[in-house]
Design a protein around this ligand. Structure first.
Ligand code: URA
Length: 488
């Protein structure tokens, strides 16, 4: 039935593979410059069939076809989606763009909503693959190599392969999936046909290590089954060595949580630290990945595994920036505090409350700004049951600038606000006297404006009520100035 319909189309495009973006692009250009409408075109992926494909007319060199770069980049992602209609859908978008050049910015258009949803699904799948591929060792000595089996939802193997090359450059590995396989021999990447699960080996020693690690870091007091399943959907469990522990850990969580509360550790158990230190990458190791995310959610995912400085060892988690990706302004604090470390969100503790209330008074909507920190892990000294904030040093600030730079690149704010000396040091690349320079706007080499002010925790530390109020008022004036600068 489908084939009959396809053959009724005036033009049949046959692509080389499910991810043949170059083929799609070439055909789309030829079709569009010859004014062939989407409804006259059928798209197929059957490279071995000899019959039926049309000889497409050559692209008309003098026909004007202006395609936004953004569309090409997004189409390259969406081509990896498993929807069989995607080629025709993308061509329809291209067709519409000829007469509706602003189409991509119309968020309510059903085609644009569909494009966004498809893009998101592909990005999510890319992440899941990065997080859940588990290699098994086969062979010894010169024959040693690592093989993984993974079942993605979309055609993402080719697109993700470079990531694995960068992360595991020193290993020889193969990733098998039903649609395609990727093989790295230490020098060359080859992408080949799909495989079956039985082609991948079963257990090895590394699996036991993963299980030990997982069992040790699993914190029952924070167990949220729904959230966990969202992050680590059940369908991936069957290929994860540590997943065999999940049902027992969930079942024992209540009791384990009360045991934990009774123990109330203020620093990680020595065994935890030992396991982590032994099996997780450190900055000295070559498999620490450079961030190369295309958007903030992706970047946040990558930052979860950051080992660029030792602060990750004692912190609960990376606390990444939050806010809309198109925010006009980024506020940069110092580092997460105790509450932020537990919540995984910036500025939610006492300093965050002061900050929120002053933003509110200055008519700045926190939901519309991006808030982050110069350093993304909590640095502290354990003191009894408390964890006392400890200032990050220059090396830690420098190491974390890596992430801040990427946040600035993606959000592209109009203005950055440095909250306190650490943020200023990170943004300006040197220590500056913040009390003297408070209220100044410093322009960076790339033209980005940085507004300097104090950290809101400074207000919290003032004991005298009158002084506290005066300082709050000064900070409010700073925020009013920020509000003016945001639009400028
Ligand atoms: N102080 C900061 O600098 N950042 C936070 O996220 C919380 C407190």
């Amino acid at each position: 039935m489908a084939r009959t319909q396809l053959n009724l189309a005036a033009h049949v495009v046959r692509l080389e593979s499910q991810t043949d973006f170059a083929g799609w692009r070439d055909a789309a250009r030829r079709l569009a410059t010859n004014d062939i409408p989407p409804e006259d075109v059928a798209w197929q992926v059957e490279p071995d069939r000899e019959d039926g494909a049309s000889e497409l007319p050559a692209a008309q060199a003098d026909a004007r076809l202006v395609v936004p770069r953004d569309f090409i980049e997004r189409a390259e992602t969406v081509i990896c989606h498993c929807d069989p209609e995607r080629f025709g859908f993308l061509y329809r978008l291209l067709w519409r763009l000829r007469s509706e050049p602003k189409l991509l910015s119309i968020a309510t258009d059903p085609d644009i909503r569909r494009l966004e949803a498809m893009e998101k699904a592909v990005h999510r799948d890319i992440h899941k693959m990065r997080a859940f591929v588990r290699f098994r060792k086969i062979g010894e000595g010169a024959d040693e190599r690592y093989v993984a089996w993974f079942e993605p939802d979309h055609y993402i193997v080719e697109r993700n392969a470079d990531f694995f090359v960068r992360r595991f450059t020193g290993m020889r590995w193969t990733i098998l999936t039903p649609h395609a396989s990727a093989d790295w021999d230490g020098e060359r990447l080859a992408v080949g046909p799909g495989a079956a699960k039985r082609d991948a080996p079963a257990e090895d020693d590394a699996e036991a290590l993963w299980r030990t690690y997982f069992e040790n870091v699993f914190n029952p007091a924070r167990l949220k089954v729904k959230a966990m399943q969202k992050e680590m959907p059940k369908k991936y469990w069957r290929n994860l060595p540590e997943a065999s522990l999940i049902p027992d850990l969930i079942a024992g969580a209540d009791k384990a949580a009360s045991d934990m509360i009774a123990r109330m550790p203020t620093s990680p158990a020595p065994h935890h630290a030992k396991v982590k230190a032994k099996h997780w990458p450190t900055p000295e190791r070559s498999d620490v990945v450079a961030p190369e995310a295309d958007d903030i959610p992706e970047l946040r995912e990558e930052a979860k595994a950051c080992r660029r400085c030792p602060l990750w060892r004692d912190a609960t988690q990376t606390v990444f920036g939050e806010g809309p990706e198109n925010a006009d302004v980024i506020f940069v604090g110092e580092q997460p505090g105790d509450q932020e470390d537990l919540a995984g969100k910036p500025f939610v503790g006492p300093a965050g409350k002061v900050f929120d209330s002053i933003l509110d008074d200055a008519a700045i909507d926190r939901r519309k700004v991006y808030v982050t920190n110069a350093v993304k892990h909590f640095k502290f000294e354990p003191r009894g049951k408390r964890r006392i904030h400890s200032k990050p040093n220059a090396g830690e600030i420098q190491a974390c600038r890596w992430w801040l730079d990427k946040e600035l690149d993606l959000v592209k704010p109009n203005l950055v606000v440095a909250l306190g000396a650490t943020a200023a040091q990170s943004l300006l690349g040197k220590a500056v006297p913040i009390t003297k320079m408070r209220g100044d706007v410093v322009e960076l080499e790339d033209g980005l404006r940085v507004f300097l002010t104090i950290h809101p925790s400074f207000i919290l530390r003032i004991r005298e009520q009158e002084d506290k109020e005066a300082e709050r008022e000064r900070f409010l004036q700073d925020m009013r100035k920020v509000k003016q600068l945001m639009g400028a």
